[in-house]
Write a new protein. Structure first.
Length: 144
């Protein structure tokens, strides 16, 4: 192998290494963005509800109100689950007092109510204060 050929091969190897590094950085940024996007429950309203559920295959909506003591108790559990299911399930919080149209549509008569929505349709519902494990189990049942 002549010197010119060796130089060409090493330049080609260097270019491949740069391309790989660039791609890896892009993939890591995308992964972080995706996880960061779902790491905390998002604020859901009457006006953005349809957009939230149509853009995500599995969504858990915590229907709550600030005056509801059980809602306050379950909120940290919902936040923990949002971190644990980050990238797989979108978690949202819907204040039923401020968003009566969506609450009425889903006939929310007791809170907290956790709506599990798969592919735009309600697939499960949990009403009341329940243990974290029960919510996890119900969510896992709908993960594909």
């Amino acid at each position: 192998m002549n010197r010119e050929h060796e130089q060409f091969i090493s330049e080609e190897d260097e270019e491949l290494r740069r391309i790989k590094e660039k791609k890896l950085k892009e993939l890591m940024r995308l992964k972080e963005k995706k996880q960061g996007m779902n790491a905390k429950p998002v604020h859901v309203t009457d006006s953005n509800f349809n957009e939230m559920v149509s853009k995500n295959s599995l969504v858990l909506i915590d229907c709550w109100a600030p005056w509801c003591a059980p809602c306050v108790v379950i909120a940290p559990v919902v936040e923990e689950l949002a971190k644990e299911f980050s990238g797989r399930v979108l978690f949202g919080k819907l204040n039923v007092d401020e968003n009566p149209r969506t609450a009425g549509h889903f006939q929310i008569f007791g809170i907290p109510t956790l709506l599990i929505i798969g592919n735009g349709k309600e697939v499960d519902r949990i009403v009341g204060l329940v243990p974290k494990g029960q919510i996890e189990a119900r969510l896992k049942k709908h993960l594909k």
